[in-house]
Ligand binder design. Structure first.
Ligand SMILES: [Zn+2]
Length: 300
């Protein structure tokens, strides 16, 4: 009897091991990744893929065939993970970023993603032919820069526009955060983290109502889309009910920022806002829904 049981077990194990060994032989082909359709057009950075695994979308794409690395652009290497989306990297050391020519900027040492800069240069040339000068006032600002801006206002080290010291006037954390949000992005929520967005020429809407500013803004409205650029913070109204106030100077390179936003929609949560004073207000403010997604519908 014991011999029979032993033989029966042996036969069973042998049968089960047979198919699995043939599967093992098949896995010499490249393993499938859990990249999403949106990310399929993006290059995969194997060096940070593991690091970002916990933030990757759980959605599997079984029909997607693994692509050979040689078909991907050689230099680009970004996975738009939570670290990237919330600006926790140094743009000066990131392989997808390039330092801008100081001649095109209001200040030195500015950076953008390479494809964004190429598109900007083409737009700048076209504008120049129409006697319009485009100057970048601000480009990439990472989390750590935004944290400094935010906390200076949070602590009252710097007054907000209108001369108000929030540490003295506004004790309630949510109210204080909402006041800062009128003028500055919460760290982790700024599109300037992404290397896709730029501020052009002036940081006051009134500048764009007369003279050179008016001419430039009208040109941008008519032509920027030809180069991939769109105004993110259009006037609030039925089409855009929430979010940062109108910014006629802030433009995004949509071909890339749309991919980053698609990832943000999947993985960015209010609870991910951490590491700065007042971060606990993010879920109460619904920072993702109201601000990150409170943009020109064309950019969603
Ligand atoms: Zn801006």
């Amino acid at each position: 009897m014991r011999l029979f049981v032993f033989l029966a077990l042996f036969t069973l194990i042998s049968c089960q091991s047979q198919p699995s060994s043939s599967v093992n032989q098949k896995t010499t082909s490249p393993p499938k990744t859990n990249r999403t359709p949106d990310m399929d057009s993006l290059p995969l950075d194997r060096s940070i893929a593991d690091d970002s695994a916990i933030h990757s979308s759980p959605i599997q794409e079984p029909s997607a065939q693994p692509k050979e690395p040689k078909h991907r652009p050689a230099k680009s290497s970004t996975t738009f993970d939570l670290k990237y989306i919330t600006g926790r990297f140094n743009q000066r050391k990131h392989p997808d970023f390039v330092r801008l020519d100081d001649r095109y900027c209001a200040y030195p040492d500015m950076y953008l993603r390479k494809e964004v800069y190429q598109a900007f240069l083409k737009m700048r040339e076209a504008a120049k032919k129409d006697d319009i000068k485009l100057t970048i006032r601000s480009a990439t600002r990472n989390f750590f820069t935004q944290k400094r801006i935010w906390e200076n206002k949070w602590t009252g080290k710097k007054n907000i526009a209108g001369g108000e010291n929030l540490a003295k006037t506004t004790k309630d954390p949510v109210k204080r955060a909402l006041k800062i949000l009128r003028y500055s992005a919460m760290p982790g929520s700024s599109r300037h983290h992404w290397g896709t967005d730029i501020d052009l020429n002036d940081l006051a809407n009134s500048y764009f109502e007369t003279g050179k500013g008016y001419k430039m803004y009208q040109w941008m409205r008519q032509n920027a889309h030809r180069f991939g650029f769109y105004q993110v913070y259009t006037a609030k109204g039925p089409l855009r009910k929430t979010g940062y106030n109108e910014e006629r100077w802030h433009w995004t390179y949509l071909p890339t920022s749309k991919k980053i936003l698609a990832q943000a929609k999947k993985i960015l949560k209010d609870e991910d806002f951490k590491g700065f004073l007042g971060a606990e207000t993010a879920p109460k403010i619904h920072i993702v829904e109201k601000y990150v997604l409170g943009i020109n519908p064309e950019c969603l």
